[in-house]
Design a protein around this ligand. Structure first.
Ligand code: SF4
Length: 384
């Protein structure tokens, strides 16, 4: 891969091998901004839905090959027994959900699962552990690093979600070969305390900052259907879109209510049930305000019919979790997903095709441009 740094290019242009991506022509893309106002995000979110999808599809085509969808497989490396109180989670030790606390799995098992995922076409492998944080988990960290190294050796992008980490831990993970660290903000700042009380929204942001500063790609998104309002969707997207740089990956989960959890057992949740159009609206708004991020349809995708998923791809989603399971909930399988992509003229994204650690530097104002030469490397690269 050749990299040429072009100073004074204010928007990212990706040029790919046009022989193999014949239908994709790069265009002058809209700038990536991190200075959105909440009102601006709200206006986009509240556009007539078809107009919003059209706008999102247009932005998507300016920044991505619209034929590509990343296939990612999630593997649970430590199930249950988590001390946190996330009101949607089957793995919290505070709720009786039938999910027992298990010991962390050995690296060999995880590596075998990564090989299986690769053989089935996944190019990113995500490993999740039900931990609050990594404090005092030296042995666990050693094992996770071994897993990351093995996934890297397989030529796959790696991602882990291990709870809160400090900068030193994030750096250790980067040195082991980690591509991305997942830490969701879950919902808006306002709605967050109604869902989780054992760690604050700001603690979430701190972990994300630690990861970013360590030079690891940030994967951060949330869950729709936690009893929130439309304004909370706006607040959620605004929080992500105004981070110092946009998350490289943005998972959008749709709540799968689990019996035994407070949200799964709350009869009032039936009235607040999420409608499909809200999912599309959120995906499309995310695409417009975070043009460079990968928008990942995550848990609950199996509840959407195929044409509903296709509409999400049209609205800018370009990554999915696929495989046997989504931690404790169901997942669409590899064969089903490959058939779906083929039917809709889509194809799996190659690994490391798009891993942008710092999405958003283009929002530097002109004064900053003078000081830094107009953009940081990732914002001014032409990739051939
Ligand atoms: S979502 Fe994560 S942090 Fe929250 S209870 Fe579940 S495993 Fe623990």
């Amino acid at each position: 891969m050749l990299r040429t740094t072009l100073p004074k290019v204010s928007t990212r242009v990706f040029v790919r091998n046009l022989a193999s991506h014949a239908s994709f022509q790069p265009t002058t893309s809209s700038a990536i901004r991190t200075n959105w106002t909440r009102d601006e995000v709200s206006k986009i979110y509240n556009m007539p839905l078809m107009d919003l999808v059209f706008k999102a599809a247009t932005v998507h085509r300016q920044h991505h090959n619209p034929a590509e969808v990343q296939l990612c497989t999630l593997y649970n490396i430590k199930s249950g027994g988590c001390t946190e109180d996330c009101k949607y989670c089957a793995q919290s030790s505070r709720y009786t959900t039938g999910v027992e606390a298990e010991k962390a799995v050995k690296p060999a098992e995880v590596i075998a699962a990564a090989k299986e995922a690769k053989a089935n076409g996944s190019t990113r492998f995500c490993m999740g552990a039900a931990w609050r944080d990594m404090k005092g988990r030296k042995n666990a960290l050693k094992n996770v690093k071994e897993m990351i190294g093995a996934v890297h050796e397989l030529g796959m992008e790696s991602c882990v979600t291990l709870g809160m980490v400090d900068k030193a831990q994030a750096e250790e993970l980067r040195r082991a070969g980690l591509t991305a660290y997942n830490h969701n903000i879950d919902t808006s700042r306002e709605h967050y305390p109604k869902v989780i009380t054992t760690r604050t929204f700001d603690e979430r942001l701190q972990t994300i900052e630690n990861v970013r500063e360590a030079g690891v790609s940030v994967c951060s998104g949330g869950i729709l259907g936690l009893g929130e309002t439309a304004d909370d969707h706006v607040g959620f997207l605004w929080a992500l879109a105004t981070m110092p740089s946009h998350p490289e990956s943005l998972p959008i989960n749709r709540l799968v209510p689990i019996k035994g959890t407070p949200l799964g057992d709350d009869p009032a949740m039936k009235e607040k049930q999420l409608t499909y159009d809200t999912v599309v609206r959120t995906v499309a708004t995310a695409r417009v305000v975070m043009p460079g991020s990968k928008i990942r349809l995550a848990a609950g995708r199996y509840t959407m019919k195929e044409p509903e998923q296709a509409m999400c791809f049209m609205a800018g989603a370009n990554a999915i979790f696929t495989g046997k399971k989504m931690l404790t909930t169901m997942c669409n399988g590899w064969d089903e997903d490959k058939a779906m992509l083929e039917k809709w003229g889509l194809k799996p994204m190659k690994s490391f095709e798009r891993v942008d650690k710092h999405l958003g530097e283009q929002s530097h104002d002109s004064k900053e441009k003078k000081q830094c030469g107009g953009g940081c490397n990732s914002a001014t690269e032409v990739r051939l």
